[in-house]
Design a protein around this ligand. Structure first.
Ligand SMILES: *[C@@H]1O[C@H](CO)[C@@H](O)[C@H](O)[C@H]1NC(C)=O
Ligand SMILES: *[C@@H]1O[C@H](CO)[C@@H](O)[C@H](O)[C@H]1NC(C)=O
Ligand SMILES: [Zn+2]
Ligand SMILES: [Zn+2]
Length: 445
């Protein structure tokens, strides 16, 4: 067989095998770019918008802490039932994993977190939290409403799905490692990629922001009890003062970043808790300090953890105190850094560009905050982005985790449309363009 005959045969075979998908792809390339706009139109319809707002307000009135999201989870399941979407429950205590599409591979997932924070809401409005000391102050009520919005759009357009979309509703994002428990419970089995978003009050409405590579830091928490010997504040020689010892510990901890870390490898050590004593004239027996440490590299995070312990123990001993350090390895596992997959970043830019226009898609600097979405990204390629919801009617923008925090409900349709468009396009394009990158045979043709 001559060379040209061989090439001809290969091209012929490729055409025979790929003709259907090629013709579908070329036919639908315009439709592909129209998917996001059509989804946004659907999400903005008053019927869908009002429904999402209603869900969000119901959740806002009834915030539940990590692993206690029983009513939240129930509401989600009731809505999925109404839409005829099947799901697995319970996954990691209160978690729910819905499924839309063929039920066959490829599987792609979109995720929302369900938990609230232990805060007393200070915003006076019709749908204020009814649970004392609990509040949706991070926008997870809106995240759930948007994922349900996406579910509705996807279910209505399920003929577009070339595979299966999993709707991952996870518990305990706020330090509880709910994502890790979802993975342990098998939520990501056979899943190729996962997308997640966070509402961002500083970013204008109808904009999104993210980046390829490291986006958010990895983090850990620590607490230390420094014990001395209490006594009369006027007779210090008879006491061992744990307040002064703890103060020196805190100052020494600041040297870990300023003197031991590479200045180009961003890290944070913050002592945010300092408790001890209570009277003006009594040296207490012990002091409790606690805080968080952050880094973008897992090695740096592990190094910080080790040095925090050494500094606390050593510095306490210098001042004749004893110390114990707790890193909450069980309740608050070390969060890995949130690192975005570069191929998913390309898909995100295309899809977001179709929803918001290229001006609405911003590249951002990494941030030292962290997200337990990172656990998913340790297992499979994942992509996390911020959804703008700035409210121009407000003079001051309340920060997340503040008792004055507020969501701009006008952002809900954008989040729902982004979620839905990302997975539809992922499934369509993974069968034509292979964004996950095993081959670029179309370019060869
Ligand atoms: C192409 O589209 C037709 C009609 O919608 C469908 O029946 C067929 O399964 C599609 N082929 C592929 C490979 O997606
Ligand atoms: C520290 O621990 C040692 C050993 O348990 C004990 O003898 C000592 O009294 C403790 N010191 C303080 C200040 O608690
Ligand atoms: Zn939060
Ligand atoms: Zn959050």
């Amino acid at each position: 067989m001559g060379f040209s005959k061989g090439v001809f045969l290969i091209v012929y075979l490729l055409l025979v095998f790929f003709k259907p998908s090629l013709s579908n792809f070329s036919l639908s390339s315009k439709e592909l770019s129209e998917v996001p706009i059509n989804f946004l139109k659907s999400a903005k319809k008053s019927e869908v918008f009002d429904w999402m707002v209603g869900i969000r307000r119901k959740l806002h009135e009834n915030p539940e802490l990590g692993y206690e999201e029983f009513e939240t989870s129930k509401l989600i399941r009731e809505e999925l039932d109404k839409m005829g979407i099947s799901y697995k429950y319970p996954v990691a205590v209160t978690g729910v994993v819905g499924s839309i599409g063929s039920g066959k591979p490829p599987f792609v997932a979109i995720r929302a977190d369900m938990d609230a924070l232990p805060l007393q809401e200070k915003v006076e409005w019709a749908h204020k939290s009814k649970n004392p000391g609990k509040m949706h102050a991070c926008g997870h009520d809106a995240h759930v409403a948007m994922l349900l919005g996406a579910a509705r759009i996807l279910q209505e357009n399920r003929e577009l799905l070339k595979g299966t979309v999993l709707l991952v509703f996870q518990p305990a994002e706020e330090g509880g490692g709910g994502a890790k428990k979802m993975i342990d419970a098998g939520a990501l089995e056979n899943v190729e990629a996962i997308f997640g978003l966070h509402a961002a009050s500083h970013l204008p409405l109808a904009e999104v922001a993210s980046r390829s590579g490291p986006l958010l830091a990895g983090s850990g928490f620590f607490e230390a009890v420094i014990s001395g010997k209490g006594g009369h504040a006027a007779i210090p020689q008879h006491s061992i003062d744990p307040i002064l010892a703890a103060s020196n510990v805190i100052v020494s901890l600041q040297h870990l970043v300023s003197r031991e870390a590479d200045p180009l490898d961003s890290q944070v050590v913050t002592v945010a808790k300092f408790q001890g004593g209570g009277a003006f004239n009594v040296i207490p027996d012990s002091v409790t300090i606690g805080g968080t440490f952050r880094a973008f590299l897992k090695e740096s995070l592990i190094q910080l953890k080790q040095r925090i312990e050494e500094v606390i123990m050593g510095q306490a001993a210098v001042q004749r105190c004893n110390a114990t350090v707790n890193f909450f390895s069980k309740e608050k596992p070390l969060f890995p850094p949130t690192v975005n997959d570069k191929d998913l970043h390309k898909l995100f830019q295309k899809v977001a560009g179709d929803v918001f226009g290229t001006d609405g898609v911003k590249d951002m600097q990494p941030v030292m905050g962290s997200e337990d979405f990172a656990f998913f990204q340790e297992v499979i390629p994942g992509y996390f982005f911020f959804l703008g919801m700035k409210d121009d009617t407000m003079k001051q923008i309340p920060s997340p985790h503040s008792p004055y925090f507020r969501i701009n409900e006008d952002a809900l349709p954008y989040g729902a449309a982004m979620h839905a468009s990302l997975v539809v396009r992922y499934l369509l394009e993974s069968q034509t363009e292979t964004p996950m990158g095993t081959g670029d045979f179309h370019d060869e043709l």
